[in-house]
Design a protein around this ligand. Sequence first.
Ligand code: MGD
Ligand code: MGD
Ligand code: SF4
Ligand code: MO
Length: 709
Amino acid sequence: MKQTHHRSCHLCEAICGLVIETSGEQIVSIKGDKDDVFSKGYICPKAVALQDIHTDPDRVTEPMRKTAAGWQPISWTEAIQLAAEKLCQVQSSFGDDAVGIYAGNPSIHSYGIWLYSGHTTRALKTKNRYSATSVDQLPHHVVALLSFGHWLRIPVVDIDRCQWLLMLGANPLASNGSVMTAPDMPNRLKRLKARGGKLVVVDPRRTETAKIADQYLAMPPGKDVYLLLAMLQHLLAQGWQKLGRFEGLVDGLAQVAEAVAAITPELAEQQTGISAQTIKQLTAELVAEPKAAVYGRMGVSTQEHGSLCQWAIQLLNLLTGHVDEVGGLMLSNPAIDPAGPGSNPQGFDRHRSRVRGLPEFAGEYPSATLAEEILTPGAGQIKALLTIAGNPVLSTPNGRQLDQALGQLDFMVAIDFYINETTRHADLILPPVSPLERGHYDYIFHALGVYNTSRFSAPIFAKPAKGKHDWEIFVELGDAIRTLKGLPSKPTISPEQALDMMLQQGAHKLDLATLEQHPSGVDLGPHLPRMAALYSEDNPVRLAPGQFIQAVRDLKLELPDDNTLTLIGRRHMRSNNSWMHNYHRLVKGKRRDHLLMHPSDMQARNIAAEAKVVIKSRVGSVTAIAQVCEELLPGVVSLPHGFGHNRLATKLHIAEQHAGVSANDLTDDQYIDTISGNAAVNGVKVEVCAVKSAPKSKTPEPCTVELSD
Ligand SMILES: Nc1nc2c(c(=O)[nH]1)N[C@H]1C(S)=C(S)[C@@H](COP(=O)(O)OP(=O)(O)OC[C@H]3O[C@@H](n4cnc5c(=O)[nH]c(N)nc54)[C@H](O)[C@@H]3O)O[C@H]1N2
Ligand SMILES: Nc1nc2c(c(=O)[nH]1)N[C@H]1C(S)=C(S)[C@@H](COP(=O)(O)OP(=O)(O)OC[C@H]3O[C@@H](n4cnc5c(=O)[nH]c(N)nc54)[C@H](O)[C@@H]3O)O[C@H]1N2
Ligand code: SF4
Ligand SMILES: [Mo]
C-alpha cells in the first residue's frame, strides 16, 4: 500500500519541504512539496540521497566494538556501559578535561542531538569541547554576542524584498544559502533582479552566483576587510551615516570612525585591486537604496580576518540604517526562538585553551587546536574523545595531524552511523537510527529563515527494534556516567514533548498537534522590525568592542610582496561537506575534486591541462588533477573540501572509489582568525607543481619547491 509523507530535508540549511511516497518499507519517490509554505516545491539533487542514506548497506545499524579481529557487534547495554566506564576511568585518572568532545554539523539538524546531547556532555564536565562552528560561522556569533548581546541575535537579509545586495564569499547557487535559510536561492536571486534590484558579488572565483550578478568584483582571498572598512571610512568621512531605528541606541561610533580613518578607498584599492572609485560607488549605492543589505558567508568567515569582516558587515548595515528595516535585515520571529527571552546569550573568552591559549566561545575551544590538545603531554591533555555527528579529520585544518592524534587516544567513542576517516579511530561506535526513522524540526534554521514558518515532520519509518535515537543514546550514556560518578540522574521527557512545550511557550503559541495537522508547514508571516526595541540608552548596541578596534589598528597596511598561490575551497550542489560521497546518484558523472587553476599560473609552472600536480602547504602535500579555470583570479587555486576517502579501514564503498584528496591536509591549524580562533581554511598559501614520473618507477616524485614564509 502506497503512503504519502511530508518531510523537511535536513541535509542543508535550506530546509526544503518534500513529499515522500513509500510502499511498505520501500521509498517509491522523493519530490518537492508544492504546497510547502516556505519552499513551494523547490528541491536540489541531494534530496534523493535521503533514500540512499536509509538503504546504504555501509550504514552502521548496531553498536560496534573494535577488537583484534575487527569490528564486532555488541549489545546496547554493554556498549553504553563500556563507553561510560572508559570515559569515567580516563577522567578519574587524568581529570575531567582529559575527555574531549567534538560535535559536527548534523548535530544542528537533529532536535534529538540539540536538545539531549547536554545530558551526556554536562555529565562529563569537560572544558575540552569542540565543534564544526569554529570551522564555519563562529565570527557571526562572536559579533552578535559582543555587539548585539546574544550569540544568535543575527539579523537576516530580507532577500524577497531587498533591492540591492552586496554578497561576499558566498555561493548560494551551490550551497543554497547559509546563515540565511531560504529554500530556492536561485529563484529568489533571480526575482531580486527581475524586480529591478541589483546583486553585487565579491569572490576570487567567478562562481555560479557571480555569473548571475549585475556586478562581479574579483579580489584575492583574505582582502575583503580592506574593502569593507574602506566603505565604512568613506561613509563616515562623507557624513552619510544614518542610524534609523537605532538612533540613540548605539555606542562607540567615535571609536569606529577613529579606527577606520586610515583605511581609505585608495588604500583598499592597493590591497584588493578594486578601484577606489568602485568602492565609493558601492558605498553611495548602499546609502541611497532604502532596501539594501550587505551579506557575507564562508569566504569571509573562514579566513584570516573572519571576525573583522563580519563586524564590518554589521556596521555597514547598521550605519546605513538597514538593520531592522523591511528590505534590509531583520530578526526572525520563529515559533521557537533560540534567542528569545530567558535564552542563554552565551559568553566569549571566559577561559582559554591549554596549549595555545585560544579563547573559548559558548564553552567550546576552536577546533584548530584539538589535535595539539591531544598531542601535547601535561595536565589536561585529552586522552579520550567523544565525537558526535562529525568528521573532523576531513573537516578541520591540518586533518592529517588530527588523524595521527586520534590514533594515540586511550579511548574514543563515536555517535555516528558511518565508519569514516574519523570514526575509524573509535573503539566503539554508537549508531543512531536512520534520519527517516526519527521526527524532524528545524529549530535553528527556522530562526535564521528569511520568512517565518514552522513545520514538524513525523518519522516516515518506525524505529527498528534494535535501533536507538540519538537522544536515547545521550540519555542512556549520560545516566550511566552519572551513576558511575554518583551524580543524581536528571529526569527527561521525550524530545517531542519538549518541542511541544517550547512551541506553546513561543511567540505564536503553536503546539505539536497543530503542526501535525499542517505537514506542509504553518505560515507565520514576513519579518517585521523588532530588533531596535530590544535596546535602550542603558543597553545599547556596542559598535566598538575592544577586540575589533584593536584588530583594525593591527591590520597590515603595507603591500604583501610574495607571489605564492593561495588556496580557496568550493562547494557543489551534489555534495555536502564530507559525508555525501557514498551515494552513487550524487557522485556519478564528471569528477568534482579537481584543483582549479588559472591558465597563466599553469603556464608559469609548466603544468598541462589535466596533469597530475603536487599541492604543498606548510603542513602537508597532496596530489590532484589540475584543471584549467579562467574564472579564477590569477594566483588563486581552488580545491573542494570533504574528499580524501582513501584511508585504511573505512567502510564507505562508493566514496572510496571517488576518494579525491582532503583540502584540509593542506589547510593550516596555525592559520586562524585571531579574534575568534575560527579556522582560516580559505587563503592558505600553497605551491603547486607538476608531478614528474621517474622513468622506471611509477612513484610520483614529490615537488621540491620551498614555500616562502
Ligand atoms: N577546507 C574546508 N574545510 C571545511 C569547510 C570548507 O568550506 N573548507 N567547511 C566547513 C563547514 S561549513 C562545516 S559545517 C564542517 C563540517 O564538518 P563536520 O560536521 O565535522 O563534518 P561532516 O562532513 O558534516 O560530517 C558529518 C558526520 O555526521 C554523521 N551524521 C550524519 N547525520 C547524523 C545524525 O543524524 N546523527 C549522527 N549521530 N551522526 C550523523 C555523518 O556520518 C558524518 O560522519 O566542515 C568545515 N570544513
Ligand atoms: N551543495 C552543498 N550545499 C551546502 C554545503 C555543501 O557542502 N554542499 N554545505 C552547507 C554548509 S555546512 C554551509 S556552512 C554552507 C556554506 O555556504 P556558502 O557560504 O555559500 O559556501 P561556499 O559555497 O563555500 O561559498 C564560499 C565562497 O567564498 C569564496 N571565497 C573563498 N575565499 C574568499 C575570500 O577571502 N573572500 C571572498 N569574498 N570570497 C572568498 C569561494 O570562492 C566561494 O565561492 O553551505 C551549506 N550548503
Ligand atoms: S537545498 Fe537540497 S539539500 Fe538543501 S534542504 Fe533543499 S533539498 Fe535538501
Ligand atoms: Mo557549515
